[in-house]
Design a protein. Structure first.
Length: 134
């Protein structure tokens, strides 16, 4: 009896140790999605075909068969409405998209300044036209 108890104890410790280090599918999907999306956010050219290859490699690194489009579609459909997944991805993407959003905000500010400068040029041009016409 002691021998059986010892075998069961050792077996359970080994199983817990082996399985404890394995990420569950949901967390792996979150991690892969965040990593792949951040890759796109940080890319100089989002139309670069190499990005797709890199994204596929990311999903493979997280244990998914990214070459199987049907399986990947099913995986995406499985988690697309999961509120926990959406929240985790949104929170993680805020970090990598933060710089991207800041760049757009700076661009919008620059554009606003340019529009204001152009409006002044138009006003000056209108004044010149009025003087010439008179």
């Amino acid at each position: 009896m002691k021998k059986l108890l010892a075998i069961l104890t050792v077996s359970s410790v080994v199983l817990v140790g082996c399985l404890g280090g394995v990420k569950d599918e949901k967390q792996a999907f979150i991690d892969a999605t965040v990593e792949a999306t951040c890759l796109v956010f940080q890319a100089d050219n989002i139309f670069d075909p190499a990005l797709e290859e890199q994204a596929i490699a990311i999903y493979k690194d997280h244990g998914f068969d990214a070459d199987d489009e049907v399986a990947m579609t099913e995986l995406t459909e499985k988690y697309q409405d999961d509120e926990d997944v959406q929240a985790a991805i949104t929170q993680a993407l805020e970090e990598c998209a933060g710089d991207f959003a800041d760049a757009f905000a700076d661009l919008a500010d620059d554009l606003e300044e340019t529009v204001e400068d152009l409006e002044e040029v138009v006003e000056d041009a209108e004044e010149v036209v009025e003087e010439v016409v008179e």
